[in-house]
Design a protein around this ligand. Structure first.
Ligand SMILES: [Zn+2]
Length: 324
C-alpha cells in the first residue's frame, strides 16, 4: 500500500475526528488536497510512460537515506543505460508564474489575484538530483543523474522558470525518446541496479500526523465515532454487537478497525492493552483478544508490552476475536 495514499486518508480521518471549527481544519484540508494532487500527478506520469513501451526500469516513490533521518524522495525515476532521469510531477491548475524573489511558483486566478504560492519545483528537482548523486557516490555506484519537472495539471505557465527543464505531460514522449543514452549499462545491469535501489528504499512514515501538526491528544475524542456522512457523533455500545451513534442513530457491529487505524494514523505509533481497554470500554482479556486478532506487531515485555502497525499493509483482522 502506498504511504502517500494512506497519508491522504489520514488527513481525511483527521477532519472526521476534529471539531468542525477546529483551528487546523482548513490547513489539513489543504494538505489533503495537495497530497491527492501529488498522487494524481505521479500516476499520470507513470501511466503516460507506460504507453511509450520503454524497455528501461521505471521506479516510483523512491526514498533513499542520505544521512540519518535525511532522505531523498523521488516521484518517478527512469533508469537509462548511462544515467537516471528524475521526473518530478507537479499537478497544478490555474495561471502559473515562476518568480525569482523569493523563488517560488505563484498561482493566480482569472482576475489576476494571487491564489497560492508553492515551493519552486525546479529548485526541488535540483535538490533531488544533488541528493541522488550523493547517495550513488556513497554506495560507490558510478551513475549520473538528470531530471525534469513535468506539469501534469491543466495549469497555464505564463512565466516559465529562468533555468531548469520543465514541460507538460505530452512533451514527455519527446524528452524520453530523444534520450538514447548510449553506452553505460546493459539492460540486465540496469535491472540489477533497479533491484538494489528498490531494496534500499525506506518509505518515509509521516504518522502519527497530529503531533506533527501540533494537535494535542486531549483536543480529540479517540473512541469509536460515527461513519455516516459528515456526522461527528460518538458511538455508544448498546450491546455486544451494537454500537449506535448518539447523534444520528447510525449503527455498526464493528467500530474497532477504524478506531485503531485512526489511533495509529493520528495519535501514536504504538498502543497498549490499557489504551485499548479505555478506547472501547472493554475488559483486559477482551483487549488482549482484540489486539491479537489484528496484523499488528508486538514489542516490549510484560506490563510494558505494546503493539504497533508498520503501515505497509492495510490494518486488518487476521483472526476472529470474541469480545465479552
Ligand atoms: Zn452519526
Amino acid at each position: 500500500m502506498s504511504i502517500a495514499v494512506l497519508h491522504e486518508a489520514a488527513y481525511g480521518r483527521a477532519i472526521r475526528r476534529l471539531a468542525v471549527k477546529h483551528r487546523l481544519v482548513e490547513e489539513i484540508e489543504r494538505k489533503k488536497r495537495s497530497i491527492g494532487a501529488g498522487i494524481a500527478g505521479e500516476e499520470r506520469v507513470l501511466k503516460y510512460l507506460g504507453t511509450l513501451g520503454i524497455k528501461w526500469p521505471v521506479l516510483w516513490d523512491v526514498n533513499l537515506e542520505i544521512s540519518p533521518g535525511h532522505y531523498v524522495q523521488i516521484d518517478v525515476l527512469v533508469m537509462l543505460p548511462a544515467y537516471a532521469i528524475i521526473y518530478e510531477a507537479k499537478n497544478i491548475a490555474g495561471r502559473l508564474r515562476f518568480e525569482p524573489n523569493p523563488a517560488g511558483l505563484y498561482k493566480y486566478d482569472e482576475q489576476g489575484q494571487l491564489k497560492a504560492r508553492y515551493d519552486c519545483p525546479v529548485l526541488q528537482l535540483q535538490d533531488e538530483i544533488a541528493n541522488l548523486r550523493i547517495w550513488l557516490y556513497q554506495k560507490n555506484i558510478p551513475y549520473s543523474v538528470d531530471g525534469a519537472v513535468v506539469m501534469t495539471g491543466s495549469g497555464i505557465i505564463e512565466k516559465p522558470p529562468a533555468q531548469g527543464k520543465l514541460f507538460s505531460l505530452r512533451e514527455l514522449r519527446n524528452d524520453i525518446l530523444g534520450r538514447t543514452g548510449g553506452g553505460g549499462r546493459t539492460i540486465e545491469e540496469l535491472w540489477e541496479l533497479a533491484d538494489r535501489i528498490a531494496k534500499e528504499n525506506t518509505p518515509f512514515i509521516p504518522f502519527p500526523v497530529f503531533p506533527r501538526l501540533g494537535i494535542d491528544d486531549r483536543e480529540v475524542y479517540w473512541g469509536p465515532v460515527c461513519e455516516a456522512g459528515t456526522c461527528k457523533g460518538r458511538l455508544n455500545r448498546k450491546s455486544r454487537r451494537n454500537w449506535t451513534c448518539n447523534q444520528c442513530g447510525w449503527k455498526t457491529a464493528d467500530p474497532y478497525t477504524k478506531t485503531l487505524e485512526d489511533w495509529f494514523l493520528l495519535r501514536s505509533r504504538t498502543i497498549t492493552n490499557a489504551q485499548v481497554r479505555e478506547l472501547f470500554g472493554i475488559s483486559s482479556a477482551s483487549a488482549s483478544r482484540l489486539l491479537a486478532a489484528y496484523n499488528l506487531k508486538k514489542g516490549g515485555k510484560g506490563r510494558a508490552t505494546y503493539y504497533y502497525w508498520d503501515y505497509t499493509e492495510p490494518l486488518m483482522r487476521v483472526k476472529k476475536a470474541v469480545l465479552a
